[in-house]
Design a protein. Structure first.
Length: 63
């Protein structure tokens, strides 16, 4: 009664990434707190991760 309930929805995507040294590929979960487009999100991931290359978004719970 008189209480407000707020929900914070956080988008989680799964990306295929490859280790630059070993070539090993893995699917990893990454949160998208700023509601970025897949293209922009991948661009930032690739800029900030020196060990991996993000190749593709394989799952997006907003689709």
């Amino acid at each position: 009664m008189g209480q407000k309930i707020y929900f914070n929805f956080v988008n989680v995507r799964k990306y295929l990434r490859e280790n630059k040294e070993t070539g090993k590929r893995a699917v990893v979960s990454v949160t998208n707190r700023n509601a970025l487009s897949v293209e922009r999100h991948m661009e930032l991931l690739n800029l900030n991760d020196e060990k991996h290359i993000y190749l593709a978004c394989v799952e997006d719970n907003l689709l």
